[in-house]
Design a protein around this ligand. Structure first.
Ligand SMILES: [Cu+2]
Length: 161
């Protein structure tokens, strides 16, 4: 019985081990995720945005294929693109490629994670959990610190506009 229990615990540890956070960077295989943040939302705001930086240290391209979170009814990966003369955001149905050896930044005005149908407002100083799934590296939960509503970078970057 005890042996079974130990085996179960060991198996659990094996599943959890590949992802770990260090100095604010979440490591998942060849993928490093840093500078996560989101912005405070007004009460009853329908949507929120998630931002972070994804580095691929590996020799092969990977792809962020999905994002999920308990804070919203739906969570999507979006890009900003010109439609005629208007900048609009749209979902990337195939996710976002992270080329080998490159870094892709999700930031206001560009790629972002879109939380749709917020179940509660995002409050400055709290964190919003999001689970990111990569085609090759697998899944990892990242906590996005909630910054001020107009923030364009995490506080740690030292931005003061
Ligand atoms: Cu969006």
């Amino acid at each position: 019985m005890i042996r079974l229990l130990r085996a179960a615990i060991a198996a659990t540890l094996l599943v959890v081990t590949p992802a770990f956070a260090h100095d604010g960077v979440t490591h998942l295989g060849a993928i490093n995720i840093s500078l996560p943040f989101t912005r405070a939302t007004l009460p009853n705001a329908p949507v929120g945005g998630g931002f972070l930086t994804i580095e691929n240290e590996g020799p092969e391209a990977d792809r962020l294929v999905s994002a999920t979170s308990a804070v919203a009814g739906d969570t999507q990966i979006h890009e900003m693109a010109m439609e005629g003369e208007v900048m609009k955001m749209r979902e990337l149905p195939d996710g976002l490629e992270i080329p080998a050896g490159e870094t892709v930044v999700l930031a206001p005005g560009g790629f972002h994670i879109m939380f749709i149908g917020l179940k509660q407002p995002f409050v400055e100083g709290e964190t919003v959990p999001v689970t990111l799934t990569f085609e090759k590296a697998g899944s990892v939960e990242v906590l996005l610190p909630v910054e001020a509503a107009a923030a364009d970078a995490p506080t740690a970057m030292g931005h003061a506009h």
